[in-house]
Design a protein. Structure first.
Length: 407
């Protein structure tokens, strides 16, 4: 019965997707339309060794994004967007599900770039939807293209681990991928500049307060999540990105950097600034080989540990319907579970995917669809440098699944 309770909300949301998918269109000057996109991911995952050996789980995520759009006669695109997301996890003894509206916003796009106001994630996710972001320099393109993913800090593999261990890993996996707080969904204003002829563009956003809430909760059930310690009070979050892209017949080269800064209230009652920077390079050769390298550095917490940093390298190959690749990551930061000491994380992930439908037209003409099966292996090693000796936590998570997405 627990498994049924977790699956029924997924089926309901998929029914919504099936009944409205035909409405995708982009309006011409003076016209109105509703654009829809979304995905459904299903996966099985199990840790084969380490602290959670044998904990097999079935993972599901469904997301629908709706955008009413109006194009003025002058060519400016006005719109709004809202996202409904449902995640479900079924284990041998428990099942959980959660439905929420994680993002909503209004925007205008034209010769001035794109201006957006609402609750949205930061960079790199806010620049594009379910397509590769030029700011996400390292990735795992063999995995899901939206939601929890196999990318660095994608958090799909850690859903198969015990919550306390997953929280420690997730606290480090951002380092090297993007500037800290990129996933914050507080209310913010965003401006993305137009792209110059030479390939440059930038983006900046501002959030008055940082809540890091999961969005508007629509419903949840099953076993309660492990309580997360209350986050410090934070405000005045500024995020910025700069990108340069060069495209030719044989090479697609990107240089990018992201930066964030906010103010945090310390236990001494004083506000102090916290900064984070990340950047690197990615290159795709002849639409076949893709390489990415990025690194990140954060401010050191007051009086605690070493300066947080991370570095990630990825290599992937696309051959027909097949994509094969992986990444390695090394990161270090102060422990985020309240205990003294530093955590050091090392990750090696490899995987492959196969496109099921190479015509990308499962929902008919005018809508791009993608259906793929994927498999991956995720090995982690989490070591603590603490006053009290603590054993190293390491293990291997195996995943296999399928994702259907439409744009």
């Amino acid at each position: 019965m627990a498994e049924l309770r977790a699956i029924l909300p997924v089926a309901a949301l998929l029914g919504l997707c099936a009944t409205t998918a035909h409405a995708q269109s982009l309006p011409g000057p003076g016209h109105f339309a509703v654009a829809l996109s979304g995905f459904q991911t299903g996966a099985v995952a199990a840790a084969t060794d380490g602290p959670s050996a044998g904990e097999g789980r079935v993972l599901s995520e469904t997301e629908i994004e709706a955008s009413p759009l109006l194009r003025t006669k002058g060519g400016t695109l006005l719109g709004a967007r809202g996202v409904i997301n449902l995640t479900a996890t079924t284990g041998r003894q428990t099942a959980t599900w959660r439905a929420a509206i994680p993002e909503w916003s209004v925007f205008a796009s034209g010769s001035f770039g794109r201006i957006e106001v609402g609750e949205r994630a930061g960079f790199p996710q806010s620049l594009v939807g379910f397509t590769p972001s030029e700011i996400a320099l390292v990735s795992a393109p063999f995995g899901p293209v939206g939601g929890t993913r196999l990318d660095p800090d994608g958090r799909l593999p850690t859903r198969a681990l015990p919550a306390p261990l997953a929280a420690r890993i997730n606290g480090l996996s951002t380092l090297g991928y993007a500037a800290r707080f990129y996933a914050d969904r507080s209310a913010k204003a965003i401006w993305v500049t137009p792209r110059t002829r030479s390939g440059f563009y930038g983006a900046v956003s501002y959030a008055p307060t940082v809540t890091q809430r999961p969005g508007v909760l629509l419903g949840q059930g099953g076993q309660a999540a492990v309580p997360i310690p209350a986050a410090p009070r934070r405000k005045d979050l500024v995020q910025a990105a700069a990108v340069w892209n060069h495209r030719s017949a044989d090479l697609d080269l990107t240089l990018a950097a992201t930066w964030s800064h906010l103010r945090e209230l310390g236990v001494d009652g004083r506000w102090r600034g916290l900064g984070s920077v990340s950047g690197g390079v990615s290159a795709t050769l002849r639409d076949t080989w893709a390489f990415g390298l990025s690194a990140g550095l954060d401010s050191r917490p007051a009086g605690r540990g070493a300066r947080p940093f991370g570095v990630i390298a990825s290599l992937d190959r696309v051959s027909g319907p097949w994509t094969v690749g992986g990444y390695v990551q090394h990161a270090r930061a102060v422990r985020r579970d309240g205990l003294p000491g530093d955590d050091t994380l090392d990750v090696i992930e490899g995987g492959a995917s196969l496109q099921i439908d190479r015509n990308h037209d499962l929902l008919g003409a005018g809508r791009y669809t993608e259906a793929r099966v994927f498999a991956a292996a995720y090995h982690f090693r989490l070591a603590a440098n603490a006053p009290q000796p603590e054993p190293t936590r390491q293990g291997l998570v195996l995943l296999a699944g399928v994702q259907f997405s439409f744009f």
